[in-house]
Write a protein that binds this ligand. Sequence first.
Ligand SMILES: Nc1nc2c(ncn2[C@@H]2O[C@H](COP(=O)(O)OP(=O)(O)OP(=O)(O)O)[C@@H](O)[C@H]2O)c(=O)[nH]1
Ligand SMILES: [Mg+2]
Length: 234
Amino acid sequence: MDIRKSGQTETGRSRGMDDSRSRQMDISRSRQMDISRSRYELTAVKPDQYPAGDMPEIALVGRSNVGKSSLINSLMKRKGLARTSSAPGKTRGINFFNIDDTMYFVDLPGYGYAKVSKQEKASWAKMIETYLNTRRQLKLVIMLVDIRHAPTDDDKLMYRWILDRGIAHMFIATKADKISRGRIQGRLSEIRKELGIKPDASLTAYSSETGQGREQIWSELEKAVLEQTVNEQI
Ligand SMILES: Nc1nc2c(ncn2[C@@H]2O[C@H](COP(=O)(O)OP(=O)(O)OP(=O)(O)O)[C@@H](O)[C@H]2O)c(=O)[nH]1
Ligand SMILES: [Mg+2]
């Protein structure tokens, strides 16, 4: 399976993979995903509202306003799929986006938004924690940080949790269009240091405005989710 749109695919062989990797790709190619067939499915605030079934889920976590919903739209090349806003606190429930009946992107509310009531903050935190701690279908967490800013204590806590739970994860530094190209590598190194990101975890600069980083993220997602799915089948 290639989770990018057809026409942008590379086969395992053409990427020079070894035999076992290319066999895995063959297994997973039994069905090809068409990302243009993506749709909003439902919003949940508690587990009995999560979608039924066994499709793998990729969750997006990060501070409010960091660009989670925009990232979903940009990856799907669909402007209004997930609702975005320049005012933090836009996403208030857990939104499930069905990608060609093959997997879900799960858009979570952001954390660390100062302007909501204590009560609302606590209820969002519980909603996020419950999903992350209990959801068996969760296969990968994408953690977003703003490329311009130092990670917050909440970001550090979130990363700690990811490591403690031992779940597959990757990092995206958003809003890369807001700094000059020449500064991007330097900021990535600083973020890695500030957050203590392990060398084997990927950290990619992304811009939902320009699509910078899009191809790389799709190829990382393909590796991370599909290899897991294949491993579970073996
Ligand atoms: N320039 C630029 N702006 C971006 C980018 N990504 C997101 N934004 C803007 O940042 C604001 C917040 O984006 P959202 O995608 O709504 O952020 P979110 O993380 O989903 O926010 P919550 O739902 O509040 O948690 C919007 O005004 C977006 O247009 C980017 O890559 N570049
Ligand atoms: Mg959002």
